[in-house]
Design a binder for this molecule. Structure first.
Ligand code: ADP
Ligand code: MG
Length: 399
């Protein structure tokens, strides 16, 4: 037997086996590697889409309007808030040229970014396409990659109407407080000499009873002094801090009382009275001051109806928290441009008006934690709506 042949065959076999093993290991390894690669790709894709979804959510739910433009000034992102602020549907904004749809104020700011300023913040009134002008806070910044190449610009928008209303209200309150203390001082000084003048006028009236011309002059003097006193009384009422004397009672009963006081004047002017009073729960209020509120409102309503008409007074509980009283007249109403100034002290359209009535009404209602709204259409009459908390009681502030 030739062992040499067997050995050679055995060797060749071993070699084959080794090659086979190497091949198999190679195939196995590349399988494992490609499996790992596929897995990695899947994970990367998943996290990429997660990041994408997150940034989309972030953009959509941002409490500010967001607009992004590319270097060609084409809009590449425009979120829901921006759409609401600019009253422009998202679909109409994306991919359009910024110049075609953004308000001029925004474009101006984008232009200044081009001049090399990195970040700009401004508050400005933006006229929008629909004719409205909205105060906006606009913050714009250039969008750059880490190498410094400009990718476009980011513009953030915020509607600051509410903030501006608040700012105006604060300025008004400060203005009124300063005006009030000055007026109170002056009014006080005027009151004393006025009462002496009235005293003398009354004396002359008695003394010259026999001379009709002098008597008339004295009577005019007394009348004028009384008018002055009324103006000063209102001024002091307005300027003094409101201190409430609270008592629990029925508001509708008070309304009836105030109506009785104006009944004579209503008769003379042939004004019809329509009462729609639903009983209200008793609340705590300052009787004298609230009576002044109703009288001021009734007298304004009568003053607006020189040629007759109807005065409607309604009361009803609105819900658990609020009571409502409405005073409606059929007078000429209030011109649109005046409506915002009715509560301003000294705003009057009447030759002998003081312009303090509505300011006092508002002050008294505010002290009762209530409020008043006026609705009026020129030519159709005026509706004053008073809201008072049903729970008006211990927690009332004065001041
Ligand atoms: P005054 O009555 O002294 O003018 P007010 O503060 O009471 O001052 O009212 C301010 C202005 O508001 C009035 O001059 C009037 O122009 C307007 N006004 C108030 N109530 C009415 C109303 N019911 N109808 C029409 N105008 C009104
Ligand atoms: Mg008045």
């Amino acid at each position: 037997m030739d062992m040499g042949q067997v050995l050679t065959a055995q060797k060749a076999d071993e070699k084959n086996t080794i090659w086979m093993a190497v091949l198999l290991i190679g195939v196995g390894l590349s399988g494992v590697i490609s499996l790992l690669l596929a897995q990695g790709y899947k994970t990367t894709r998943k996290s990429l889409s997660r990041v994408q979804a997150f940034s989309e959510h972030l953009m959509e739910n941002m409490p500010m309007g967001l607009v992004v433009i590319n270097p060609q000034e084409q809009i590449i992102a425009f979120n829901k808030t921006a759409s609401a602020i600019l009253t422009l549907p998202v679909s109409e904004a994306r991919e359009r040229q910024a110049a075609a749809i953004l308000p001029p104020a925004c474009l101006e700011i984008i232009d200044s970014l081009g001049e090399g300023r990195g970040l700009i913040a401004k508050e400005m009134d933006c006229p929008l396409g629909n004719g409205r002008t909205v105060p906006l806070e606009i913050i714009a910044s250039r969008l750059q990659d880490p190498r410094g190449d400009v990718l476009g610009a980011v513009i953030l928008l915020r509607d600051i109407s509410d903030v501006q209303v608040l700012k105006k209200e604060i300025a008004r309150t400060q203005h009124l407080a300063a005006l009030g203390s000055l007026a109170a001082g002056v009014a006080h000084e005027i009151r004393n000499p006025l009462s002496s003048i009235k005293g003398f006028a009354t004396y002359f009236k008695e003394r010259y009873r026999a001379v009709p011309a002098d008597l008339e002059t004295a009577e005019i003097m007394i009348g004028e002094v009384e008018q002055l006193n009324r103006v000063i009384g209102q001024l002091l009422e307005f300027a003094r801090p409101t201190t409430l004397t609270l008592e629990k009672g029925s508001l509708t009963a008070l309304v009836e009382e105030a109506l009785k006081i104006i009944a004579g004047e209503m008769g003379e002017k042939e004004i019809a009275l329509r009462k729609e009073l639903t009983a209200l729960p008793d609340i705590s209020f300052d009787k004298d001051k609230m009576k002044q509120v109703f009288l001021n409102l009734f007298l304004n309503a009568l003053g607006a109806m020189d040629n007759g008409g109807a005065l409607t007074v309604k009361s009803r509980p609105v819900n658990e928290q609020w009571l409502q009283i409405e005073i409606i007249d059929t007078g000429p109403g209030i011109a649109k441009e005046d409506l915002g100034r009715i509560f301003d002290p000294y705003f009057t359209t009447k030759p002998s008006g003081t312009g303090l009535g509505m300011a006092i009404v508002q002050k008294i209602l505010t002290a009762h934690h209530g409020e008043i709204k006026l609705e009026s259409e020129w030519g159709k009459g005026t509706r004053a709506i008073i809201l008072l908390p049903s729970g008006t009681g211990d927690a009332l502030m004065t001041g």
